[in-house]
Design a binder for this molecule. Structure first.
Ligand SMILES: NC(=O)c1ccc[n+]([C@@H]2O[C@H](COP(=O)([O-])OP(=O)(O)OC[C@H]3O[C@@H](n4cnc5c(N)ncnc54)[C@H](O)[C@@H]3O)[C@@H](O)[C@H]2O)c1
Length: 340
C-alpha cells in the first residue's frame, strides 16, 4: 500500500476548480492527469500552468486513467457530471452543494453505493479547527443538551454581482446554507425534521439576478431548533466578504463563533491608532491548505479502500434541507424534510 498513488482529474477549473487541481499536484500520493472545462482558454491555461493534459470533452475524462474526479462546475451542474463520472467508475469529490435537487442528490448517493464508488463533498469547514472545537464541545456534552442555536453566514453583494457569473442559477441558500446546514447537523449529530422559512427577492432581481436577497429559516432538528440566516446583499463597504456567526445555548452552557471581523486588525497605544484592513478579495479566494481536508481525505480513502470522512449521504441530507427551505418560502408554510 505504501507506494500506491492515485490519478486525479478536475471538471470545471474556475476559481475553485483550479485550486482543486493545485491541491492534487501538492498531494504526494496523487498525480493530476487531466483538467476539463467548457471554456477551452480556461482549460488550457490551467493545464499548462499545472503540467497536465486538458480537454473540453467530458468523454475524455470518462475515458482517462483518473481514478478520482473533482467536480467544480456551477452548483446546478454537479449532478449531470457526477452521474456521467459514476458510469465511468470514478470516485468523486463534488463541490458543495452535492446537487440542487433532493432527487438528484439521492441518485448520486444510490448509484455510488450500488457501484461501490466513493463520493464525498468539499466541505472544508469540517477541517476548520474552530468548528472542530465546537463539534467536540457539543458531542462531549460541555453545554449539556443543545436547546437552540442561531447561525448566520452571508456574503457581500460583490459575490453574486461580480464573482459568480451563474448567481441567478443558485442563491445564498445553495452557496452558503450548504456550509452552515452541514455544520449544524454535524455539530448536533441530529437529523433535521422540518423547516419554516421566509425569503425576499428584490435587490438582486432589480440587477437582473434571479436569486434571494436574504433568507431566514427555522429548522427543527430532533431535539434542537436552529435559526439559519443568509444574505447576498451585505454592502461592499462591509470589511469582509463573509459575515459568519454562530451561537448555541444548551441546558448547561453556551458557545459561540464570531467570524464577522475577518481581516487584519491593529490597535496600538504606542502610536495611538486603530486600523482594520480586509484581505484582498483575490487572496481570500485562495483557500488555505487546511481547507482541503475533503480532497486529501478522499485520496487516502481510495488508497486505503475505506469510507471518506464525509459520506455522500451527508451531502444528500443537506440538499434535502435546502430544497425544503425553498419549498417553505414558496408555499408559506412549514415543510417536512425528507430523510436522505
Ligand atoms: N467549498 C467552498 O467553500 C466553495 C467556495 C466557492 C465556490 N464553491 C463551489 O465551487 C463550484 C464552482 O464555483 P466557482 O466559484 O469556481 O465558479 P466559477 O464560475 O469560477 O467556475 C466554474 C467553471 O466551470 C466551468 N463550467 C461551466 N459549466 C461547465 C460544464 N458543464 N462542464 C465543465 N465546465 C463547466 C466554467 O467555464 C468555469 O470555468 C460551485 O459549486 C461553488 O458553489 C465552493
Amino acid at each position: 500500500m505504501g507506494d500506491r498513488r492515485v490519478n486525479a482529474a478536475v471538471i470545471g477549473v474556475g476559481l475553485l476548480g483550479e485550486q482543486h487541481a493545485a491541491q492534487y499536484v501538492a498531494n504526494s500520493k496523487a498525480d493530476l492527469v487531466l483538467v476539463h472545462d467548457l471554456n477551452a482558454d480556461r482549460a488550457r491555461a490551467v493545464g499548462e500552468a499545472l503540467g497536465c493534459r486538458w480537454t473540453t470533452d467530458l468523454a475524455d475524462v470518462a475515458a482517462s486513467d483518473a481514478e478520482i474526479v473533482s467536480i467544480a462546475t456551477p452548483d446546478h451542474l454537479h449532478h449531470e457530471a457526477a452521474i456521467r463520472m459514476l458510469e465511468a467508475r470514478k470516485h468523486l469529490l463534488v463541490e458543495k452543494p452535492l446537487a440542487t435537487k433532493t432527487a438528484e442528490a439521492n441518485e448520486i448517493a444510490t448509484r455510488s453505493r450500488e457501484k461501490g464508488l466513493k463520493v464525498t463533498v468539499n466541505l472544508g469547514n469540517r477541517w476548520n479547527g474552530q468548528f472542530q472545537s465546537i463539534h467536540g464541545a457539543v458531542q462531549d456534552g460541555e453545554i449539556g443538551d443543545p436547546v437552540y442555536a442561531y447561525c448566520r453566514c452571508s456574503d457581500t453583494i460583490w459575490v453574486p454581482t461580480q464573482m459568480l457569473s451563474w448567481a441567478g442559477r443558485s442563491g445564498p441558500q445553495w452557496f452558503l446554507f450548504a456550509h452552515t446546514m452541514d455544520l449544524l447537523r454535524w455539530f448536533l449529530g441530529q437529523e433535521a425534521k422540518d423547516v419554516y422559512a421566509v425569503g425576499s427577492k428584490k435587490i438582486l432581481a432589480e440587477r437582473g439576478i434571479d436569486a434571494f436577497d436574504a433568507i431566514q429559516a427555522v429548522v427543527n432538528f430532533e431535539r434542537t431548533f436552529v435559526t439559519f440566516e443568509t444574505s447576498w446583499i451585505i454592502p461592499e463597504s462591509w470589511p469582509a466578504i463573509v459575515e459568519f456567526e454562530i451561537t448555541m445555548n444548551g441546558s448547561e452552557g453556551r458557545l459561540g463563533f464570531d467570524g464577522i471581523r475577518q481581516g487584519f486588525e491593529l490597535s496600538s497605544d504606542k502610536v495611538g491608532k486603530h486600523m482594520f484592513a480586509r484581505p484582498s478579495l483575490w487572496s481570500y479566494f485562495k483557500l488555505p491548505d487546511s481547507w482541503w481536508g475533503s480532497l486529501h481525505d478522499l485520496v487516502d480513502a481510495v488508497i486505503e479502500d475505506r469510507e471518506p470522512a464525509i459520506p455522500v449521504e451527508d451531502g444528500a441530507a443537506v440538499t434535502a434541507m435546502i430544497e425544503a427551505t425553498e419549498r417553505s418560502i414558496a408555499e408559506g408554510r412549514k415543510v417536512e424534510i425528507p430523510r436522505a
